[in-house]
Ligand binder design. Structure first.
Ligand code: HEC
Ligand code: HEC
Length: 340
């Protein structure tokens, strides 16, 4: 008897659920679920990861190794770096619609985050191309061109080229991708207000044509991380002319960027710290034709050479602006001669 009532109750609930319009989206609904519901195709790199794969991916990204599906410990992807040497995992731009190193630095200061050459993995699955602009234009070989359009290929390329490591197994790439999906944008990440979300729910249900809604959602974030390279100034003594360095900004750059890799026990043998010795050496080299010059190291980085694989990636202008190079210079000069 009771059983029959329960069945009837569930049937009634089922019917009312059926009559309800599509589910209500909330602040924590993943953006990709909404785009799919609005009729967009799943991206090529789409997957529904399980938690053990996500965990393996997270370990690969943070520690460079994990326990494989066969129960065995994997080899390190790279002897020199982990992915987080060069990439953050959290949101790093306060406004996801622009890639601006000035506002990113403010955000990094506020959240005590690193300020790095590589773009954050947060929201990377929501991007639609990778290794953009000058990465394709200037290095544009076949591998970069493939990576430009394919997130899996980007992961592999960066393991081998950026990390100077081994190539990753297919399951490892899937694991990193699974971890990336755990970092996908939700409506909240896009900064939508409660009213925006209500409007989205309302309009998705009231109309069958979702083109403008899709475009509206995309207007809240950039679908690629732009990258434009620049040169050292022709005259290093004069620096980037017309720009005045702001030492307090330079201090933040030094600590959140340079020291991230150059502090003792970091990835580089070239150790920097807050001693006058460090600042004096950097200062002395500023106007030299040498990769120890700020202007040269920031705009061009260093290359991996046989026998010495660790190298420093350069900064595109979206990752450190010319103004910021001048900021760093002014801080280094100030610290090298504190009594001036
Ligand atoms: C030594 C620095 C360094 C290390 C280590 C590194 N990367 Fe990168 N990676 C970069 C740089 C620089 C780019 C250039 C494009 C960008 O991120 O803006 C990049 C780009 C990428 C991109 C494309 C991002 C985009 O939106 O264009 C992916 C994916 C990626 N790396 C994955 C990885 C993974 C996975 C690891 C660890 C196995 C790793 N990287 C380790 C420096 C590094
Ligand atoms: C993602 C890690 C990383 C960041 C961030 C970084 N560096 Fe480097 N840097 C390296 C590595 C690795 C090398 C290669 C030197 C080595 O093998 O020890 C290097 C090399 C250098 C060199 C040349 C040293 C040599 O021995 O050839 C200078 C100078 C330098 N970096 C300055 C800086 C400054 C200034 C900043 C901040 C604007 C900075 N680096 C940010 C990793 C980094």
């Amino acid at each position: 008897m009771l059983k029959r009532w329960i069945i009837i109750l569930f049937a009634a609930l089922g019917i009312s659920a059926y009559h309800q319009l599509p589910q209500q989206w909330t602040a924590d609904t993943p953006l990709q679920e909404i785009q799919y519901a609005l009729g967009e195709e799943r991206p090529e790199h789409f997957m529904l990861p399980d938690s053990s794969l996500i965990q393996r991916g997270e370990e690969l990204v943070k520690y460079g190794k994990t326990i494989g599906p066969d129960g065995k410990r994997t080899k390190y992807i790279s002897k020199y770096y982990v992915c987080t040497t060069c990439h953050n995992l959290e949101q790093e731009d306060p406004d996801l619609r622009v890639s601006d190193p000035e506002t990113r630095l403010d955000y990094a200061i506020q959240h005590n985050m690193a300020f790095l050459q590589g773009t954050t993995f947060k929201g990377i699955v929501n991007r639609e191309s990778w290794y953009n602009d000058d990465y394709v234009r200037k290095y544009g070989d076949e591998k970069i061109e493939q990576a430009h359009e394919d997130l899996r290929a980007s992961i592999q390329l960066c393991a081998i080229e950026c990390s100077q490591g081994r190539s990753m197994e297919d399951w490892e790439i899937e694991a990193v991708l699974a971890y990336y999906w755990s970092l996908q944008y939700t409506l909240e990440d896009l900064g939508l207000s409660t009213e925006d979300i209500q409007r989205l729910n309302r309009e998705a249900q009231s109309s069958a044509n979702h083109e403008s809604l899709k475009a509206w959602l995309r207007s809240y974030y950039i679908t690629k991380s732009p990258a434009h390279f620049y040169d050292a100034p022709p005259n290093k003594k004069l620096g980037y002319e017309g720009l005045t360095g702001r030492p307090e900004r330079g201090k933040a750059l030094y600590e959140l960027s340079c020291l991230h890799c150059h502090q003792a026990d970091g990835v580089s043998h070239y150790v920097l710290d807050n001693s006058q010795l460090s600042f004096r050496h950097l200062e002395k080299m500023i106007d030299k034709d040498s990769h120890f010059s700020l202007y040269q190291i920031i705009a061009y980085g260093t290359y991996a050479i046989p026998g010495h694989r660790p190298y420093m990636p350069h900064y595109p202008e979206e990752r450190m602006s010319k103004q910021q190079v001048e900021d760093l210079r002014s801080y280094i000069e100030q610290m090298a001669h504190p009594n001036n």
